[in-house]
Design a protein around this ligand. Structure first.
Ligand code: SAM
Length: 228
């Protein structure tokens, strides 16, 4: 059942990767329809968009120069510009979909990001030793991953003691339109996978794993910064 679900999500994102320009237009809030979708479907207005980016990436300390794992990187439309500010960091970007990864690779080459490498894999079975990273970043991943318990454990396993787990994810119960769209569209097209956290359940879950947890909301997204 789990494998079946994972395969279908991969297939769905191979499709998204082939239309990466449309996905990127929405995520970067740049295209007309992208901005409309961000506002109407995700509850993030143009005014709120910078706050969304701050919640997604604000957990990375300024000038960070350690080992960073990003999962899932997708097309890298949001995260690769952040890595331009971190020339000293050693960044590993992982995703399950080859199409999404190849869009990210191409973007990194164009941006000449020599400190960033890419790897295909499953968040539920990460191909790295315990405590290999100082920071794990996960932007818009946990509402997609089919086996969420494994994903929480694996991302935790990657971090050294005192390491940072940060990023953002969709949480249900903040906006009726988003919740309806997620159920009727994203879920049916295997782009998202239930069960989804609420802000409260996410806080409890993270507090069960990490020493310090900060959670903030924008639209239907929760940004989190945790210390192991
Ligand atoms: C909504 S996209 C988010 C990508 C990027 N972080 C962003 O915000 O644009 C979700 C990504 O999760 C990836 N994904 C889904 N299941 C995965 C898994 N089990 N392991 C690793 N990546 C996975 C998909 O291939 C897709 O690229």
């Amino acid at each position: 059942m789990e494998k079946h679900s994972l395969g279908r999500i991969k297939e769905a994102y191979e499709g998204v990767g082939r239309y990466a320009w449309a996905y990127d237009g929405m995520m970067a809030n740049k295209s007309f329809f992208g901005r409309l979708a961000m506002r109407c479907l995700w509850g993030i207005s143009e005014k709120n968009y910078p706050r969304f980016l701050r919640l997604a990436f604000g957990g990375i300390p300024a000038g960070f120069g350690g080992r960073l794992l990003e999962v899932p990187v997708g097309t890298g439309v949001l995260s690769l510009p952040e890595y331009q500010k971190l020339p000293q960091a050693s960044v590993t970007c992982l995703d399950y979909s080859q199409e999404m990864l190849s869009a990210a690779r191409e973007r990194a080459e164009q941006m000449e990001l020599a400190q960033v490498s890419f790897c295909q894999g499953d968040v539920g079975n990460l191909p790295f030793e315990d405590k290999s990273f100082d920071l794990v970043l996960s932007v818009n991943g946990f509402h997609v991953f089919p086996n969420k318990s494994k994903a929480y454990i694996e991302t935790w396993r990657m971090l050294r003691r005192g390491g940072i787990f940060c990023g953002c994810m969709y949480v249900r119960g903040e906006n009726h339109i988003t919740d309806l769209f997620v159920r009727q569209f994203c879920q049916r097209h295997e782009l998202f996978c239930p069960p989804y956290e609420t802000a409260e359940s996410l806080k409890r879950r993270l507090e069960g794993l990490y020493e310090q947890v900060e959670l903030s909301l924008v639209g239907s997204f929760a940004g989190f910064v945790c210390r192991k």
